[in-house]
Design a protein around this ligand. Sequence first.
Ligand SMILES: *[C@@H]1O[C@H](CO)[C@@H](O)[C@H](O)[C@H]1NC(C)=O
Ligand SMILES: *[C@@H]1O[C@H](CO)[C@@H](O)[C@H](O)[C@H]1NC(C)=O
Ligand SMILES: *[C@@H]1O[C@H](CO)[C@@H](O)[C@H](O)[C@H]1NC(C)=O
Ligand SMILES: *[C@@H]1O[C@H](CO)[C@@H](O)[C@H](O)[C@H]1NC(C)=O
Length: 223
Amino acid sequence: MIMEKSFEVVVFLLSFLFIATFNFSLCSGDPKVVCIERERQALLSFKKGLNDSSNRLSSWAGDEDCCTWTGVGCNNITGHVVELHLSNPYSDYGASYERSKLGGHINPSLLELKHLNYLDLSLNDFGGIPIPDFLGSFRGLRYLNLTGAQFGGRVPHQLGNLSSLRYLSLTGDYADDLGWLSRLSSLEYLDMRGVDLHKAIDWLQVVNMLPSLSELHLYLLST
Ligand SMILES: *[C@@H]1O[C@H](CO)[C@@H](O)[C@H](O)[C@H]1NC(C)=O
Ligand SMILES: *[C@@H]1O[C@H](CO)[C@@H](O)[C@H](O)[C@H]1NC(C)=O
Ligand SMILES: *[C@@H]1O[C@H](CO)[C@@H](O)[C@H](O)[C@H]1NC(C)=O
Ligand SMILES: *[C@@H]1O[C@H](CO)[C@@H](O)[C@H](O)[C@H]1NC(C)=O
């Protein structure tokens, strides 16, 4: 009896030691990751093209580690920028919302962020410029939100190259055909409420081809 008890205690202590060591190595790995110089430069060029009248991006400056900048998320292990959360923090359409809108030009320097998987530019004001075609080149993008960002013109077919995309929220002037959408085979959530689809006669057929889709928001206006 006594032998058995002490055996149990040893096993308990060993597993405790194992957990303690494991946790320690995870913690000590964390603080060393800083952002990658080329990606920091790309973010600075992107910022230069933007109109940021409320200075929301004031932390985007100098030699600072860009992983600590407002709205920037990095991978903990590789240091690559993986997320850009640049939605307007105010959504009430009041004075603070107006002040905090980003606008201007979207510099293709952003393509340097090859590991980007999350891009949110919602509720800003890009003044009716079209959604840049090059957004279709972010192969790893899983989340793209351009809702209420005042993009205009035709939704670019290049977005059909975003084969990892799971969440897509868009406004834009119109979409002609939606064939490109059928290539987004990982898409789970689609919101195109701001997009005029009356020329997109294939919408039902396309939406039916998306195997993972579980949530869909569209406005279908009859003319
Ligand atoms: C920048 O944005 C502010 C507020 O949205 C606007 O008043 C100003 O005209 C814009 N400036 C440029 C150069 O677009
Ligand atoms: C980085 O690590 C923190 C905590 O250790 C975690 O909360 C966060 O989600 C991680 N971020 C990424 C991008 O992996
Ligand atoms: C996109 O952004 C809008 C406005 O910020 C938000 O209401 C919506 O839920 C977002 N879409 C997704 C898929 O998260
Ligand atoms: C992206 O899609 C467009 C049209 O849908 C196509 O012409 C182009 O070659 C694609 N680009 C890449 C980099 O695959």
